[in-house]
Design a protein around this ligand. Structure first.
Ligand SMILES: Cc1ncc(COP(=O)(O)O)c(C=O)c1O
Length: 448
């Protein structure tokens, strides 16, 4: 049979019923699947061999482009050399090498790297580190967290508790107690069609003062925000906003956590968003781009004093009772080390920075003014396009754009509510920008 000779990954399964798909409209997908069989560079290929440009870098993670030869070779070699070694009480050398390489990319004394396997685990890890830090300091009453409306911090109970995306919370009961939220920073009337950071909205950080007055700083462990809110549809921080959060946290002895799962590893043209915005958190999370999406990995980087506060008690005892079987998995470490080499040698963070203006200008010039486009936002190699809803069905126009984009126009995007998000690999060229723009225009017109 013709299909027998094809590699397994390119076969189309006949029965789609057993796989309960994550964050997917399962019934709609299974009626009209968007199936991807292989990928190279900026392109996916369907099982039928049709080329689709990946304008979302997978899920904001494939920053080095798909199937990069150096990363693939490193993973293959590692699998043959050391498939697994625990990092509870034992270790393997790459874990230390990688932690050092990541610490070299961070600002200030963000020196101490703890590994997890996903963004969600990284968020839980950061929240637990904050709690354990205050306990170690003898201030165990500091247990409260402040998140932000429209924040996304993954899907663990910690992450959905501090997160602020309604759909991710409303099915799941009461979550963590002792969590409050800052207002989100988006105001279309004040910020519409801004490129980069909006001028309006920095004052919203002062809402933190109000929450501190309500709860008292002695009960608050940490504030957690995405420096640029990604999954809710690209909300760059207003000018001065992050600086104000930092100053208020400092004045009140509250830790500041940045969730850099999306912004880490070059998305905004710098290694981390903290460097782009020149604001240094006490803890930050990373995932996605650390391995360019090839092997699951995440982690938290802590400032030296947080780590050091916990290094007490008898030396044979564990200091921080937390970790995952696959923390610093050898395959993930090998993938991450090769990925960091690629970022450095191919100057991909610099490429993101260089292309940012042409990326924004090309997209805005072509898309602003198209039917149903209510707003656009952009920073680094990200762009979000808000569409108006069809009268009868919120979210349907964006959903149709995703379907038509993939099936008819050969482009893969992310959608969130009625927002289209495009966040390509950092191996982007101006030719790719033109292709993405043309396909977005076609797609938006197709759902008019
Ligand atoms: C800011 C942020 N935090 C956490 C997560 C969760 O990551 P994961 O899906 O790897 O658990 C995401 C995923 O998009 C994210 O954008």
């Amino acid at each position: 049979m013709a299909t027998a000779a094809r590699p397994v990954s390119t076969q189309t399964p006949n029965d789609l019923s057993a796989f309960w798909m994550p964050f997917t409209a399962n019934r709609a997908f299974k009626k009209n699947p968007r199936m991807i069989a292989r990928a190279k560079g900026l392109y996916y290929y369907t099982p039928e061999g049709k080329q689709v440009i990946d304008a979302a870098a997978g899920l904001w993670c494939v920053n080095a482009g798909h199937g990069h030869d150096r990363i693939v070779a490193a993973i293959q070699a590692q699998a043959a050399e050391l498939d697994f070694a625990p990092t509870f009480q034992y270790a393997h050398p790459q874990a230390f090498t990688l932690a050092t390489r990541i610490a070299e990319l961070t600002p200030g004394d963000l020196n101490c790297v703890f590994f997890a396997n996903s963004g969600s685990e990284s968020v839980d890890t950061a929240l637990k580190m904050a709690l354990a830090y205050w306990k170690a300091r003898g201030q165990g009453s500091k247990t409260r967290f402040i998140g932000r409306e429209r924040g996304y911090h993954g899907v663990g109970f910690g992450g959905i508790s501090v997160g602020g995306m309604v759909a991710n919370r409303k099915q799941f009961g009461n979550m963590l107690s002792g969590v409050d939220h800052l207002p989100h920073t988006y105001n279309r009337a004040e910020q519409g069609f801004t490129k980069g950071q909006p001028a309006w909205g920095g004052h919203l950080a002062e809402e933190l003062e109000r929450l501190i007055q309500l709860h008292d700083a002695s009960t608050i462990a940490a504030v957690i925000v995405e420096p640029m809110a990604g999954s809710t549809g690209v909300l760059p921080p207003p000018v001065g906003y992050l600086e104000k959060l930092r100053a208020i946290c400092d004045r009140n002895d509250i830790l500041l956590i940045f969730d850099e799962v999306i912004t880490g590893f070059g998305r905004l043209g710098t290694p981390f968003a903290s460097q782009r915005f020149n604001v240094i958190p006490d803890l930050f999370t990373f995932a996605k781009g650390v391995t360019s999406g090839t092997v699951p990995m995440g982690g938290v980087v802590a400032r030296q004093f947080i780590h050091d506060a916990m290094m007490n008690g008898p030396e044979h005892l564990i200091e921080f009772f937390h970790g995952y079987t696959y923390s610093a998995h050898p395959l993930a470490c090998a993938a991450a080390l090769a990925t960091l080499d690629v970022y450095r040698d191919e100057k991909l963070f610099e490429n993101a920075k260089t292309l940012e203006t042409v990326w924004a200008d090309t997209l805005y010039a072509a898309i602003k003014g198209l039917p149903n486009v209510l707003d656009m936002r952009q920073i680094g190699l990200t762009c979000a396009i808000d569409l108006s809803s069809r009268p009868d069905a919120v979210g349907k126009r964006a959903f149709e754009a995703m379907e038509k984009g993939f099936h008819d126009n050969g482009i893969a995007i992310r959608i969130s509510g009625e927002t289209l998000a495009i966040t390509p690999p950092l191996t982007l060229t101006t030719a790719h920008i033109d292709e993405i723009t043309e396909k977005m225009v076609k797609t938006i017109k197709a759902v008019a």
